[in-house]
Design a protein around this ligand. Structure first.
Ligand SMILES: [Zn+2]
Length: 166
């Protein structure tokens, strides 16, 4: 592997490149733990019986070159979006119930109101994350990972970024 070195003990590929794939800036003296380690999965064996399903898979972490600044941005963004989701969930539950009491909704009306607020709130939470990343001019964890040559190679080889489910 040209772009990465396999670290046997940690079961991961460590990147050699010093150019951050999230802000495209180069930095010297990069700390290995600032890189983003994205797991890739491949299904090895799948069992599907009527009452039992199981999947065995391989997993390896691929290091995507990331600078210290982008690591900080990613952790800030995930803290803020978790807070946004927390308030979003509360709003989703409270607002429709409040409205249904206030305006005397039927059960169907309440269900529709719940679905609508949930949809709006999910969009807002996604927007918060996108907006923050755009503000810092940093790619999301997924978008940056997809630029990594080794991850691309794994994906071409049938591996996946999603953990296989039974
Ligand atoms: Zn960066």
């Amino acid at each position: 592997m040209e772009s990465h070195i396999l670290h046997h003990d940690k079961q991961r590929f460590e990147p050699k490149d010093k150019v951050c794939l999230f802000c495209k800036k180069s930095s010297l003296n990069r700390n290995m733990e600032d890189n983003l380690f994205t797991p890739v999965y491949a299904v090895q064996d799948r069992t599907n019986l009527l009452v039992y399903s199981n999947v065995k898979f391989k997993k390896i972490d691929v290091g995507v070159p990331r600078c210290e600044n982008c690591r900080r941005v990613h952790s800030t963004v995930s803290i803020i979006s978790n807070i946004a989701i927390f308030f979003a969930v509360i709003t989703t539950l409270v607002l429709p119930i409040y409205l249904s009491v206030e305006f005397n909704f039927s059960t169907i009306g309440l269900v529709i109101a719940l679905a609508l607020t949930f949809g709006v709130v999910v969009l807002i939470a996604m927007g918060v994350e996108k907006g923050l990343l755009a503000m810092y001019d940093v790619r999301s964890k997924k978008d940056g990972s997809l630029k990594d040559p080794l991850i691309k190679e794994f994906l071409r080889g049938g591996w996946s970024l999603k953990r296989p489910t039974a």
